[in-house]
Design a protein around this ligand. Structure first.
Ligand SMILES: [Zn+2]
Length: 402
């Protein structure tokens, strides 16, 4: 069954699932992209034959929300074969550690309890407890007990499931939700569940982190748009969602090279809380949405001409980073033989294949033998880290960060 709006998809009008009042206006479309970009494929055939769907981004002028208006939630199979963890990168680890520590210190969370919705492999939940929180409950269908290595294991509890009505009774001082809301299509409905979980405990703290789409629109970072991410927020649209559901935003920041929005909130006390910096963005987001199609067309053209030129000259091109950005980059540009293979530092990905295009994923060590002329780097945040690794192997390829 296709995702249907309340007004019906036949009319061509899609009601905004975030504010439930505005209508979504389409502005970007990619046909036939793999429905998962973090699942590991055991063979090239599996990878190429992987189920595909369309993506059609719409913008709600009322609340600033962006979402895939033809998203089909029934194709999702979030499970333990999900390799979404970025925990193998020292850069990402350092960021997660500093965020966990800052949150525990800043909000005085020592001795308190935390519920993490969409805890992935549980690394962040463990960090919060390692930094002083008393105990943690994590919910995620992709949780794998044997993968978590922490001295605070006895203070952690995990539920290997999707968060829904059955879990709104769970109590905690903090509700944490990182890199999860962007996977949820009915965001308003989700926030109602969170509000229900919190009940009449007005001191409960909400800590959310998710990608910022404003940067994606502006760059335009089309590789950050992929099927699993059906919902896209800016600082303003996220803060407005919090306020609409009875939460006062306490903190609204951009972190990790401005890629992620970090927001903290509390159930409203009734006294109006002043607007935070970044909340009043509806006009500027609307303008960027308007500019996006032409910006995307130009950038796509520029990447294709660069890559095709190198390929025609017989150069070996590899992509560094085998995650969702890579899958989106390869499929959106329709790349095939131009790219030799993909490298990733996560050993669980080695020997597997990229869904959609079927490129092999190998360890960076293989570059010693199959020396690249050009490395397309999927996340500029890792430029220093990757540069050092290439140097260490005596390699000096042309590095093109996206
Ligand atoms: Zn809306």
């Amino acid at each position: 069954m296709k995702a249907q709006s309340k007004t019906g998809s036949d009319s061509g009008v899609t009601l905004c699932p975030n504010c439930e009042t505005g209508s979504m206006e389409a502005f970007y479309e990619v046909k036939g992209i793999p429905v998962h970009s973090v699942l590991l494929m055991p063979s090239r055939d599996h990878a190429v034959d992987y189920p595909k769907r369309d993506l059609k981004l719409g913008f709600c002028p009322s609340c600033g929300f962006i979402s895939n208006t033809v998203f089909d939630p029934t194709v999702h199979e979030y499970s333990t074969s999900c390799e979404e963890s970025q925990g193998f990168s020292p850069t990402f680890n350092a960021f997660a550690k500093s965020l966990a520590k800052r949150w525990v210190d800043q909000y005085d969370l020592s001795g308190k309890s935390v519920l993490e919705i969409g805890c992935g492999k549980g690394e962040f939940l463990a960090l919060m407890v390692e930094y002083g929180m008393a105990r943690g409950i994590g919910i995620d269908p992709a949780f794998i007990p044997e993968r978590l290595d922490t001295p605070v294991a006895s203070k952690l509890e995990f539920i290997q499931d999707l968060y829904d009505e059955r879990y709104t009774h769970l109590e905690a001082d903090v509700v944490c939700c990182r890199h999860t809301l962007e996977h949820i299509s009915p965001t308003s409905e989700f926030m109602r569940k969170v509000r229900k979980t919190i009940g009449d405990r007005p001191d409960t703290l909400l800590l959310f982190e998710l990608p910022d789409v404003y940067r994606v629109l502006k760059e335009p970072a089309f590789w950050d748009i992929y099927y699993e991410h059906c919902s896209y927020f800016t600082t303003g649209s996220l803060a407005r969602l919090f306020r609409r559901h009875g939460f006062d935003p306490l903190e609204l920041d951009l972190e990790y090279d401005d890629q992620y929005i970090v927001i903290a909130g509390k159930p409203t006390s009734g006294t109006p809380v002043p607007m935070l910096e970044g909340e009043d963005d509806l006009e500027s987001v609307s303008a960027e949405v308007g500019r996006f199609p032409e910006k995307f067309r130009k950038l796509k053209e520029s990447w294709l001409s660069k890559i095709n030129e190198l390929h025609s000259a017989g150069k070996r091109i590899v992509v560094w980073g085998g995650g969702s950005k890579c899958v989106s980059f390869l499929t959106t540009l329709g790349l095939g033989e131009q790219i030799d293979f993909v490298v990733d530092i996560n050993p669980h990905k080695h020997g597997k294949f990229v869904p959609g295009t079927g490129h092999a994923v190998r360890s960076p060590e293989t570059l010693r033998q199959d020396r690249p002329d050009c490395v397309i780097l999927m996340n500029p945040v890792y430029e220093k880290e990757v540069g050092e690794q290439l140097d260490g192997m005596g390699l000096n390829p042309l590095v093109l960060p996206v």
